[in-house]
Every structure is written in structure tokens, then in C-alpha cells.
Design a protein around this ligand. Structure first.
Ligand code: NDP
Length: 317
């Protein structure tokens, strides 16, 4: 494993992190989840990402159980707040009430006294940003979170939050966006703004939820047990890439990966890590073998020629 600073902060994290959206507490049983966490630890992954709302709060419980017995100081645990955690009108969003209640639930489920990074899962248009940032400041000052991050926030909101964070003397160090060779939205405005502010990207879905592994063959059957066949929420989100032209282009990446001595999944993870504003790629996995395979992308350098050949293949899609 290789390790990077989270943005321009002193916190060092594994450049490949392991996340449990759609898997722990949902698609896979606790035993398989624990096996994935163990596989992650075996590769040198120390950074784990979850959220209060994943699997209706069960994902945090499963992760907390799987990490039991590990030395807390050797781990970086990230969680998030915003999406609904219950039926009430205050069980969501970035109000002071919900943030204060949600962090307590997260710490209880994760069985820890603090999280390393506490992230606003989305921007909340219904809550004044000042209220949110003041609540985050109280959480940091109470020691319940060490750093603050956002997730999928537009550049302008990141700038405003960063200015408030400076006033409140709390470290806003990261953004968690979707980023992979098929989805590059952040390159336009978010990355330039974050580079300027010292904010790092902790990117999600680096292999486009499995599509960039090449296992979804064009014109073929969906592989059984894959995310695209998962009826608990996965299938909907992956659908945008299950188009013939995308799946065919991914197959054309295979000889490039072979030449580089990489699997397609490793090529995809390595691709996001070439962006210097990326602090970590968060991989997901339904099986421990996937973690072991994908984590081997750590430290891989893709030269300019290979990056250009990847571009040629993907540019049309
Ligand atoms: P990935 O792009 O890494 O997709 C992971 C999925 O791809 C696995 O669950 C598995 O699904 C399949 N897969 C992984 N490796 C292989 C392999 N080697 N061969 C074949 N199939 C493979 O990331 P995710 O979309 O899971 O996102 C990762 C994390 O990012 C999440 O857990 C979460 O922590 C975070 N995230 C954050 C979001 C946000 O809004 N902030 C949104 C989404 C994710 P299967 O076996 O079922 O096909």
C-alpha cells in the first residue's frame, strides 16, 4: 500500500480506502463483510469509509464489528451525515439538530469515541451553511471528529464552507465525489478550486461500480450476483453505464491493461490515482478477492503514452 496526505492536512491515509455502501448490512452478510475488511487490512488499507444512512444505519454497525480489536490509532475511519436515517422530518439534512444526533449514532454503531473524518454527504439547500459549519466546529472541538469533509459539493459551496471553516478554526480538508475514467465531472471546477484551497478528493466508485472491470460483456447476460442484478439498490445506480458503446469501449481497454501487466480493475483504480488532487480512491467489494486484486493498484504509475491510449478508447463514450 502507498499512503498520502488527506488534502493539505497532516492526516496520512491509505491511497486506496475501503468503503461499504450497498454491501455491508445489505448485499453481503456480516461474515463476508468481515472477510472483506480483513482482506483490506491485509493489503495495508487503513482508511475505511461509511455513512450513517448506508443500509439504513446497519453498514456502520457491521464495519464497527469487523474492526473490533484493531488498534484505533492505526485506522482512519470516515463517516457522513445528510441522507435520511429515520422517518422523522429532522432525521436528515445538515441542521444542527440532525448533525448533533447523527454523530452520536455513528460513534455508537462504529464503537469508537471519534471519527477521523466527518463528511457532509451532500449540500443542504434548506439549512444555512453557517448553522452547519458551527455544528461541525462544535463536533471537532469536542473531539468527536478530527477533520471535516464534504461530498459531491459544487465548487462555489466548497469555497464558502472553506472560508467559514477558517473563521471557525476547523480543518475542512476533503471532498468526496464520484470520479472514474467514465465520470470526470470534478475536473472542470471542483478540482481547480480544491487545489487552490488545499482540499483533497477522496473519490468514490473508481471502477464505475464494477463496469470498468470488463465483467459486464456487451450484449451478454448480467453476471449473476453482481451489483447490476442486486435488487437492494445497486442495480439502479449502475444502469447509466450498461450501454453497448460503453461496455464495448471497456473491452477495448483490455489489451492496454494486459500490456501494463494490470487487470482492468487495477487499471481503473490506478487511473484515478494519477490525478494529484486525489488523496484516495475508495473501492467497494462484495468479496475479499476483489479487495486483494484492486488494492494492487497502489503505487502504480501509468505513463503518458498509456494515459493517451486510454483517452483514445474512452473519448467517444
Ligand atoms: P467501486 O467502483 O469500487 O465498485 C465496487 C463494486 O464493483 C463491488 O462492490 C463489486 O460489486 C464490483 N467489483 C469490485 N472489484 C471487482 C473486481 N476486481 N472484479 C469484479 N467486480 C468487482 O466503488 P463503489 O461504487 O462500491 O463505491 C466505493 C465506496 O465509495 C462506497 O462503499 C462508499 O464508501 C463510497 N461512496 C460514496 C458515495 C457518496 O455519495 N459520497 C456514493 C457511492 C459510494 P459486485 O461484486 O456486486 O458486482
Amino acid at each position: 500500500m502507498e499512503y498520502r496526505h488527506l488534502g493539505r492536512s497532516g492526516l496520512i491515509i491509505s491511497e486506496i480506502a475501503y468503503g461499504n455502501w450497498l454491501t455491508h448490512g445489505s448485499q453481503v452478510e456480516a461474515e463476508a463483510a468481515t472477510a472483506c475488511v480483513r482482506a483490506a487490512l491485509d493489503t495495508g488499507i487503513t482508511t475505511f469509509d461509511t455513512a450513517d444512512a448506508y443500509a439504513g444505519t446497519r453498514a456502520e454497525t457491521v464495519l464497527g464489528d469487523a474492526l473490533k480489536g484493531e488498534r484505533r490509532e492505526g485506522l482512519e475511519i470516515f463517516t457522513k451525515v445528510y441522507w435520511p436515517t429515520g422517518p422523522g422530518r429532522n432525521d436528515r439534512g445538515l441542521s444542527r439538530k440532525h448533525i448533533m444526533e447523527s454523530i452520536e449514532g455513528s460513534l455508537r454503531r462504529l464503537q469508537t469515541d471519534y471519527v477521523d473524518l466527518y463528511q457532509a454527504h451532500r449540500y443542504d439547500v434548506a439549512t444555512p451553511l453557517e448553522e452547519t459549519m458551527e455544528a461541525f466546529a462544535d463536533i471537532v472541538h469536542s473531539g468527536k471528529a478530527h477533520y471535516i469533509g464534504v461530498s459531491e459539493w459544487p465548487a462555489e459551496q466548497i469555497r464558502r464552507a472553506h472560508a467559514l471553516a477558517r473563521e471557525l478554526r476547523i480543518p475542512l480538508v476533503s471532498n468526496q465525489p464520484q470520479y472514474n475514467a467514465l465520470w470526470r465531472v470534478i475536473e472542470g471546477e471542483v478540482v481547480p478550486a480544491c487545489e487552490e484551497l488545499g482540499i483533497g478528493q477522496v473519490v468514490f466508485s473508481p471502477i464505475a461500480q464494477g463496469v470498468l472491470t470488463g465483467k459486464y460483456a456487451p450484449g451478454g447476460q448480467l453476471p449473476q450476483g453482481s451489483r447490476a442484478t442486486d435488487d437492494k439498490g445497486g442495480a439502479g445506480m449502475i444502469a447509466r453505464w450498461l450501454r453497448e458503446e460503453v461496455l464495448e469501449a471497456v473491452q477495448r481497454l483490455k489489451p492496454l491493461a494486459d500490456d501494463a501487466g494490470l487487470s482492468l480493475a487495477q487499471l481503473a483504480v490506478a487511473w484515478v490515482l494519477q490525478n494529484p488532487n486525489v488523496s484516495a480512491a475508495i473501492i467497494g467489494a462484495s468479496r475479499p478477492e476483489q479487495v486483494a486484486e484492486n488494492a494492487k493498484a497502489a503505487g502504480v504509475v501509468l505513463d503518458d503514452d498509456l494515459m493517451a491510449r486510454i483517452e483514445e478508447v474512452l473519448e467517444p463514450v
